[in-house]
Design a protein around this ligand. Structure first.
Ligand code: GLC
Length: 517
């Protein structure tokens, strides 16, 4: 594992979807100046770092995950100068900034792709994965065909308009498949290093890496992709040793080997993350079962030799809003979990005020069902909830129309609000190493039906017992030490009864323990 930048150990992230955070020029789309204007809000919440979704030039058929110029801020968000200012203003406040690196594909409008479509061989012929003949398709993925003078089909990585960049094949079998160290793949690698250099030189602190596990093809076990990322990490260690890397990979045993500092827990695949937050009966809504999640998390944790650098997000631009499934005190208990787990927590903008999933929105920029989670931030009671001065119908993504929609202003002024609760939780996390990214975890009670979710976190000789009961009835879990101090409590206080801890209905507690009993 690479050396972790110190700031990452204590980081609490805030994810900003730039389109929808704060518009300052009245065009109905958020912008970088808007983010700068709201940095104090993020800092006041207690967050220490930002992850910005892609803000580069793009035709926006996938919210900017379809980059047409890696080195240019999209004009609708501002200029590269604004980005520089954003980094400086963030740093002045002690906040770090991760940009979103999309190394797996570009937009089909990227000049590299346009050049690679040409029949004549040129510098970009091998930048993407093309078969030799239009009648042959790359196996295992969709392709773009019949759009170019070049005779061939081009592999796509995600949507049809996102051709896959060529990092090579682990075991090439066809003449058009290049090895990872072929000239085309090596040139792609160098181009992506240049992209990283450019933004790190301008002042960003690292990257959240999109679809990080998908780069090398014909590589089901990820061996080639791990090797590729080790090489990228070696480059960063030489030139930018403090640059942080967080992966959207979902297999921490692989991504940490590849040199990532942390990996996201994904809502799809085998994680059972959705059992907790997004299903018919989520655990945090009080009636579900967390035990399969715990089992899967533990397996993953053990595979990373208990490094536990698995980031659990409250949500993100791809998931339904948390508040679609969980409300009221249950949301506060869900955050008492998110903010006491190993790895850096990520709060999706607006989740801290319980912003709702806006039902029935028409897709914008390839959002489809995701659009309801991407509506503009609700700042206050003014026009467009303080998001933009544009006429309401000009907002790029419509807002939650409910008269009782939550706002940041109202919640900042209310000590009983969700935001105030999260602010308290973050403050406690920040002062206790056991609760931070690298503190170890041991589950005490796995949240199977009839039981609470409870775990011990330990670091630097400190032990904290976290006990969470979102159910409507009292629950019991083993008490694993003498309670020295209650660090945080929501609802009625827990009570020691024999060797057990009684947790009141809808309550949460973080307890500092003394010696084992
Ligand atoms: C990631 C992004 C998602 C995007 C996709 C393709 O999963 O989070 O929003 O559509 O990659 O880049």
């Amino acid at each position: 594992m690479p050396r972790m930048p110190q700031w990452l150990e204590t980081a609490v992230f805030y994810e900003i979807y730039p389109q929808s955070f704060q518009d300052t020029d009245g065009d109905g789309v958020g912008d970088l100046q808007g983010i700068i204007r709201r940095l104090d809000y993020v800092k006041d919440l207690g967050c220490t770092a930002l992850w910005l979704n892609p803000c580069f030039a793009s035709p926006f058929l996938d919210a900017g995950y379809d980059v047409s110029d890696y080195l240019q801020i999209a004009p609708r968000y501002g200029t590269n100068g604004d980005a520089k200012r954003l980094f400086e203003e963030a740093h002045r406040r002690g906040l770090r900034v991760l940009l979103d690196l999309v190394p797996g594909h570009t937009s089909w409008e990227h000049p590299w792709f346009k050049a690679s479509m040409q029949a004549e061989k040129n510098e970009y012929t091998d930048r993407y994965i093309w078969t030799d003949c239009i009648w042959e398709e790359p196996a295992g993925c969709a392709s773009l065909r019949g759009i170019s003078p070049r005779d061939g089909s081009c592999a796509v990585n995600f949507f049809t308009h996102q051709p896959a960049l060529n990092y090579g094949f682990l075991h090439p079998e066809k003449p058009w498949q290049q090895p990872m160290d072929g000239p085309g793949p090596l040139a792609t690698r160098e181009a992506m290093r240049d992209v990283m250099r450019f933004w790190l030189d301008l002042g960003c602190d690292g990257f959240r890496v999109d679809m990080a596990g998908s780069l090398v093809k014909g590589d089901p076990e990820g061996k080639g992709t791990v090797a590729l990322w080790r090489d990228f990490r070696a480059f960063l260690d030489r030139e930018y040793p403090d640059a942080a890397l967080v992966s959207e990979w979902g297999e921490p045993d692989k991504s940490l080997q590849g040199g990532f500092h942390m990996d996201f827990l994904l809502p799809w695949g085998p994680t059972h993350y959705n059992d907790l937050f997004r299903c018919a009966s989520p655990f945090f809504a009080g009636k579900g079962d967390a035990s399969v999640f715990v089992e899967k998390y533990w397996a993953s944790y053990e595979k990373t030799e208990k490094k536990g650098l698995i980031c659990i997000p409250s949500g993100n631009h791809d998931m339904d809003r948390l508040a679609r499934f969980i409300q009221g005190d249950s949301l506060k208990i869900a955050f008492a979990f998110l903010l006491s787990m190993p790895g850096a927590p990520f709060i999706y903008y607006g989740d801290e005020i319980g912003m709702r999933y806006v039902e029935g929105l028409v897709s914008v920029e390839g959002g489809y069902g995701r659009t309801g989670s991407r509506s503009p931030m609700q700042w206050d009671e003014s026009e467009n909830a303080g998001f933009s001065s544009a006429p309401k119908e000009k907002l790029y993504i419509p807002q939650d129309p409910s008269p009782d929609r939550p706002t940041a202003a109202a919640q900042c002024g209310d000590p009983a609000s969700l935001r105030s609760e999260i602010r308290r939780q973050i403050a406690v996390r920040k002062t206790h190493p056991a609760l931070q990214s690298r503190g170890e975890i041991r589950f005490v009670s796995d949240g199977a039906p009839g039981t609470p979710l409870s775990y011990e976190r330990t670091a630097e000789g400190e032990r904290v017992l976290v006990a969470l009961n979102p159910a409507d009835e009292a629950r019991f879990c083993p008490l694993t030490g003498n309670v020295r101090k209650t660090l945080y409590q929501l609802g009625e206080a827990p009570a020691a009864e024999g060797g057990r801890l009684r947790l009141a209905p809808r309550s949460a507690a973080w307890l500092l323990l003394g010696e084992s009993q």
